[in-house]
Write a protein that binds this ligand. Structure first.
Ligand code: GLU
Length: 476
């Protein structure tokens, strides 16, 4: 955890914001309006469980309503507190602006250890929390749309959506009140993997630019790069899985809360994940070295470090010993303001959270649009697309045989060309396009201005500028 004497998470986000606005031409009033968190609602509610009343504390923070609905996940963890929720809500504002999802920023949290409660109890707690938020329009398709975060997933989102529908029986857009729902309950294909997939697309984009790789002292592609990932939860697991299975990265270490596994030849991510699912821990996993002090593995030699667990894990106490030349922040806020400064001075390139993990909210946006349009993506055009492709293939085959040319199309070409895009393909295409466009906007500022030396400040500048434009167009 962060060493004492460092700013809190929210202060850290504010300091990063300040670095960026110092390079911008905003009026002090507008600057302050964008920085502050608009509101934080704290709720304490009781649920009768195991024969007695348990009281829980939850938050929903709205950072910026320059666009509505506001968007951001709900986290279940014992460490949840107002400072954290407000920091995360601010990051959502900038993240949404950077990847052009038309939302303001929000975040929620419940102080709870989800592992202490069984499924039925969690449903009761979640429905009660949702009830409190819904009756204040802090869950509402037009105003505030939560999503999963640490400790929550499809199951919790389905409960929240159902709770909203029960309380708003005539709202035809009820399903759009939360995203990250299971596909059978109004969700979208590819949402669960979206944040990890976004990390992969972000790295692919980074590696397309020789100058950017050179800034980190790296060459070549992702293939063969030694990667350390911290946290094999939903984000870290998918990112590590896709990077190793599809792009040839070598996952040389996986850090979890109870230790780390290391293997210079590369770990099998799926195997490790299955082990964790079965045993609740990485301990006992054969075929890799176990290191008790997981945090120390952040400092091991590698090409790419992916902190995908939680905030503040790279702080002033360990930043100087981090060897990775490239860090991609899959978690929100894993590097403190002080550590960020130290790492930058060392020449480490950091792909910042607000961009790196924006895949989740991007696909949430697609899900929200799907819910509002009441139709699955691809349903109208998929077969028409296939029919047109078939026309071309049949015409080529006819020409080949009529003219005796003897052309033969490769069977996999035919199969691939003749397959119209289904929802998953469209979601991936939309996500890839989003990640490329946002990277382009960031790197234009990074390389285009001589007073900008890193991607984080570039990301803030792009995001703040867009939020400022929206405020100005509203006459503020
Ligand atoms: N909790 C995720 C994040 O931090 C997703 C938010 C969303 O989809 O609204 O970006």
């Amino acid at each position: 955890m962060a060493v004492t004497g460092e700013p809190s998470f929210r202060e850290s986000v504010d300091l990063m914001f300040n670095r960026a606005v110092a390079l911008m031409d905003l009026s002090p009033g507008l600057e302050q309006k964008i920085r502050v968190c608009n509101s934080t609602y704290t709720v304490r509610f009781g649920v009768r469980l195991r024969g007695k009343i348990e009281t829980f504390t939850g938050y929903r923070s709205v950072h910026s309503e320059h666009m509505e609905p506001v968007k951001g996940g709900i986290r279940y963890a014992m460490s949840v507190n107002q400072d954290e929720v407000e920091a995360l809500a601010a990051l959502m504002t900038y993240k949404c602006a950077l990847v052009e999802t038309p939302f303001g920023g929000s975040k929620g949290g419940l102080c709870i250890d989800p592992r202490q409660w069984d499924e039925h109890e969690l449903e009761q707690i979640t429905r009660r929390f949702a009830y409190e938020l819904i009756k204040r329009d802090l869950i509402n398709p037009a105003q505030n749309v939560p999503a999963p975060d640490m400790g929550t997933g499809e199951r919790e989102m389905a409960w929240m959506a159902d709770q909203y529908a029960r309380m708003n029986t005539t709202d035809i857009n009820a399903k759009a009140c939360v995203t990250g729902k299971p596909p059978h309950a109004g969700g979208i294909q590819g949402r669960v993997e979206a944040t990890g997939r976004g990390v992969q697309y972000a790295l692919r984009e980074f590696f397309r630019y020789p100058e950017d790789k050179a800034a980190a002292g790296l060459g070549g592609g992702i293939d063969g790069k030694r990667v350390i990932v911290q946290g094999l939860g939903n984000v870290g697991y998918h990112a590590a899985k896709f990077l190793s299975e599809e792009d040839g990265a070598k996952i040389v270490a996986i850090i979890e809360h109870d230790g780390a596994l290391t293997d210079d030849k590369g770990l099998n991510v799926e195997d490790v994940r299955q082990w964790i699912v079965k045993h609740g821990s990485i301990k006992g996993y054969a075929g890799a070295a176990f290191v008790e002090d997981g945090a120390a593995v952040l400092e091991h030699d590698c090409d790419i470090l992916i902190p995908a667990a939680m905030e503040g894990v790279i702080h002033k106490g360990n930043a100087a010993r981090i060897k990775a030349p490239l860090i991609i922040e899959a978690a929100n806020g894993p590097i403190t303001f002080g550590a960020d400064e130290l790492l930058r001075k060392k020449g480490c390139v950091i792909i910042p959270d607000m961009y790196a993990n924006a895949g989740g909210v991007t696909v949430s946006y697609f899900e929200w649009v799907k819910n509002l349009s009441h139709i699955r993506f691809g349903r109208m055009q998929r077969r028409a697309e296939e029919a047109r492709s078939r026309l071309i293939v049949e015409e080529l085959e006819r020409l080949s045989s009529d003219r005796g040319l003897g052309w033969e199309l490769a069977p996999d070409f035919k199969e691939r060309f003749l397959t119209g895009s289904d929802e998953l393909a469209l979601v991936r295409s939309g996500l890839d396009d989003t990640m490329r466009a946002a990277y382009g906007a960031m790197r234009e500022v990074w390389h285009g201005r001589n007073d900008v030396g890193d991607l984080r400040v570039a990301a803030y500048i792009v995001a703040i500028d867009r939020v400022a434009k929206t405020y100005r167009s509203k006459g503020l």
